[in-house]
Design a protein. Structure first.
Length: 97
C-alpha cells in the first residue's frame, strides 16, 4: 500500500510517498503524477522517498520516467539512496547516447 501526499512549496510541489511502491501502487503513482501536468512544466516537483519501504522493478521504472520528466528525489536509507543514484546514472547515460 502506498500513501501519496502533495504539499505546496515555494516554487514547486512536494510529493511525499509512504509505504510500498509495488504492484497496484505503481499505477496509482502514475495516475497521480499525470494529474499534475501543468505543475510539472512550470514548477519544481520533488518526490520524498524517505518513508518508502520497498520499490519493485516496475516502481523503479515509474520513478525513472518521473526523473526524465524533471522530478527531483529526496531519499534516505541505503536501499532508497542506491535506487535514486541508479536512476540518475541510467538517465544520464541515456542522454549521452
Amino acid at each position: 500500500m502506498l500513501k501519496i501526499t502533495a504539499q505546496s512549496e515555494l516554487g514547486g510541489l512536494l510529493l511525499v510517498l509512504e509505504g510500498e511502491l509495488a504492484g497496484r501502487s505503481n499505477k496509482e503513482l502514475i495516475l497521480y503524477w499525470q494529474s499534475f501536468p501543468g505543475t510539472r512544466e512550470m514548477d519544481k516537483v520533488r518526490v520524498d522517498l524517505s518513508s518508502v519501504t520497498f520499490i519493485d522493478e516496475n516502481g523503479i521504472e515509474v520513478l525513472r520516467e518521473m526523473y526524465r520528466q524533471g522530478a527531483e528525489f529526496l531519499s534516505s536509507g541505503c536501499m532508497n539512496n542506491c535506487i535514486v543514484e541508479d536512476i540518475i546514472r541510467s538517465v544520464k547515460r541515456e542522454v549521452r547516447r
